[in-house]
Design a protein around this ligand. Structure first.
Ligand code: IVH
Length: 681
């Protein structure tokens, strides 16, 4: 193409392409409802990249290709907020939150009966402000002290749920607002935080104490490439200046933000009765572990902006909003001892034995110290008073030491040079100390526990205590020995009755008919988790083919890297592996590759892309239900919305059922759900 006319056409073409990508980016990252395949998206993206490299003069800063690219900074600049970012008064007691409602009522006048509240989760992340000029992101900054923050635009640009360009509201041709300031919270999803920490720990780098610190550490990187590599996310919850736009309620603000491309927490509700606010606090508190982000309470906001204005602010906190917190997930306690735990792969993990302390409803008496480097970095000593944190289903950990409480009697801890269980030598692999003993009983116990676990062979009723006794009494020397146990053997164990023994034998028998992917997972090959196991099962079909494949064949599977392939090789080269596999066969363990694949396929057809809400009492643990849905490509939401496909109602299911009926979601019971999942766990 040549000449000015041609250039114009290209420019328009590129612009259309960007619009398309922006839209699909939004479908994928914000709504979690892609309309096109990943491959199709990649194709569009690549086309844009190619055109831009051909016509670099046509690159605009809001192009989706321009999220990362800026050079590392020496330091951040400051940014003056045009309207200060307020902070919130917070309360924990129910009586205090009732006082808040009463104050609001009194302030607005007794006659005023209608005070509607919007309840939002209080996201435990970092407050940010994003400035959009003519619809394009121009500045992003931290809250700072509320008046002045740090300018971190180039880092915030890397977050996929922060739009570089906002959609026009309703009418696509309407010009964007000349100026819009959006406020919200940057956070790191808990699941991503765990992955990041595992990765950092594995490399011997400093790990983060909690998702909030991880988000803070990631968003304040001078090199935006580092920020881009961190799994950050953003929820919008308010606006600052909005030129050319009037809002009459907070609800409208949220709705507007959603329409122009922001992600809004699905946990948000609107209530006319204050009692319902309190009930909702209870409900969210009970279910906070189901969310993939940390929240430390709810924020209760007066919905009407006119009422907000009348209420005003005092000393930097609005009178129209309050944070109603949940019990803390952090507590002080004392380290009674530091012990070493030996894992399935021989890794020695230092663990703090604590003075038991209740944290948000769970008594915590142990907390991980991860590895020697972490232990040194935090300088934890026996006798120290420490801060312990429990975040969601993450293992509790020691966050920091209160050094001012030291008396001098604290004892430093050294990692042992030998395995505390089998006495074999240890080897250091980066920050990880590993027992190299081939017959280490600690490793054996962990391997068997893994073998029997829910997501591996699923041997019901074979608990930790039984496994430990079996190993201690030398009744098993590898996992396959389980299948040769008799009732007489089992009855020798402590606290073992005839009924339990029979149950275990039945469960063992039942577990012999399994799927290939479960079996691979159960073998406990290093770096081969559930997902990799299912990839291997799909690609090789049976043990013979898997074992006879070469290193090259393993790494040729897209998601399998050299490290994993090497570890598979190592596994099959071990003499003990052959024996293990022979014994499995002798025990009669079988897997129906084809059928299993077909069954999985069928469940996937039913669950994939579907949104489930569980409500009321069901006998299956919520975690399990969630993991089934997610494993087959579905989603679990906390509350019923237009997008809910199924509501699984247990006993005493409440208001959600009504809502489900109104919105036309399908209501099923637990039995029907199990049926859909065809017994998968
Ligand atoms: S509104 C008008 N809404 O809480 C009050 N804040 O102490 C301004 N936060 O710095 C804040 N979730 O980091 C608001 N849904 C939410 C929030 C939220 C978390 C944080 C925010 C702010 C702090 C207020």
């Amino acid at each position: 193409m040549s000449g000015e006319g041609g250039k114009k056409v290209v420019k328009q073409y590129i612009e259309d392409l960007r619009k398309k990508i922006h839209y699909h980016n939004y479908r994928y990252y914000v709504l979690n409802e892609p309309e096109i395949s990943d491959a199709e998206y990649d194709r569009l993206f690549k086309e844009l990249e190619e055109l831009e490299s051909e016509y670099p003069e046509l690159i605009t800063p809001d192009s989706p290709t321009q999220r990362v690219g800026a050079k590392p900074l020496e330091e951040f600049g400051t940014y003056e907020h045009s309207i200060p970012l307020l902070s919130l008064n917070s309360v924990s007691a129910q009586s205090d939150v009732r006082d808040f409602d009463e104050r609001v009522g009194r302030f607005l006048g007794i006659e005023e009966v209608e005070v509607e509240y919007v309840v939002e989760p209080k996201i435990d992340g970092l407050a940010m402000e994003l400035v959009y000029e003519n619809g394009v992101l121009s500045v992003g900054s931290t809250r700072g002290d509320g008046k002045t923050g740090e300018e971190i635009t180039q880092n915030l640009r890397t977050i996929k749920t922060i739009p570089l360009r906002i959609f026009s509201d309703a009418d696509a041709d309407a010009p964007p607002l000349p100026l819009l300031e959006v406020r919200g919270e940057v956070f790191m999803p808990v699941s991503k935080f765990k992955e990041l920490n595992a990765e950092l720990g594995g490399k011997g780098e400093k790990m983060f104490a909690n998702p909030r610190n991880a988000a803070a550490g990631s968003v304040r990187q001078l090199d935006p490439k580092v920020t881009a590599s961190r799994p950050l996310d953003f929820f919008a919850y308010g606006v600052g200046r909005a030129e050319g736009k009037e809002f009459s309620t907070q609800w409208e603000v949220l709705d507007y933000l959603r329409r122009i491309g922001f992600k809004i927490s699905p946990v948000i509700r609107r209530f006319k009765e204050f009692e319902d606010v309190i009930k909702y606090h209870e409900e969210v508190k009970e279910r906070r572990d189901e969310l993939d982000y940390e929240i430390d309470g709810i924020v209760v906001k007066v919905n009407s902006i006119e009422q907000q204005d009348r209420l005003g602010t005092i000393s930097r906190s609005p009178r129209w909003a309050i944070a109603y917190k949940f019990p803390a997930r952090e507590e002080f306690t004392r380290v009674k001892d530091i012990v070493v735990q030996v894992g399935r792969t021989g890794a020695l993990t230092p663990v703090a034995v604590l003075e038991p302390v209740p944290i948000a409803g769970v008594t915590v008496s142990r907390a991980t110290l991860h590895n020697e480097d972490e232990l040194r970095r935090k300088d934890v000593r026996i006798g120290d008073t420490v801060v312990v944190e429990r975040a969601g289903d993450v293992i509790p950990e020691v966050v920091s030491v209160i050094k001012s409480k030291r008396t001098g009697a604290e004892k430093e801890f050294r990692m042992p040079d030998r395995c505390p269980v089998c006495g074999a030598e240890v080897m250091k692999e980066g920050p990880i100390v590993r027992c190299i003993g081939v017959s280490c009983e600690a490793q054996l116990k962990e391997r068997i526990k893994h073998f029997a676990s829910l997501r591996a062979m699923d041997i019901e009723g074979l608990g930790e205590k039984v496994i430990e006794q079996l190993v201690d009494r030398k009744m098993v020397s590898d996992a396959t020995d389980l299948f040769f146990l008799t009732k007489r053997d089992l009855l020798k164990l402590e606290r073992m009755g005839d009924k339990l023994a029979q149950n275990i034998l039945d469960a063992l028998e039942k577990s012999k008919h399994t799927t290939f992917s479960r079996l691979i997972h159960a073998l406990g090959i290093r770096h081969v988790g559930e997902h990799t196991a299912s990839l291997l099962a799909d690609n090789f079909g049976d043990l013979e083919s898997l074992r006879n494949a070469s290193y090259e064949e393993w790494v040729s599977i897209p998601e399998i890297g050299p490290e994993v392939a090497k570890s598979i090789l190592l596994f099959f080269e071990q003499g003990s592996t052959k024996e293990l596999l022979d014994k499995l066969e002798r025990a009669g363990v079988s897997y129906e590759k084809k059928e299993a694949g077909v069954a999985e396929e069928e469940v996937r057809k039913v669950l994939e892309g579907k949104t489930f809400v569980f409500t009321g009492r069901i006998s299956m643990p919520r975690e399990e239900a969630k993991s089934i849905v997610e494993r087959f490509g579905g989603r679990v939401a906390l509350s019923v919305s237009k997008r809910t496909d199924y509501v699984v109602a247990g006993e005493e299911a409440g208001s959600k059922l009504e809502k489900a009926k109104k919105l036309g979601a399908k209501i099923i019971d637990e039995e029907e759900f199990r049926e859909m999942a065809k017994g998968f766990k």
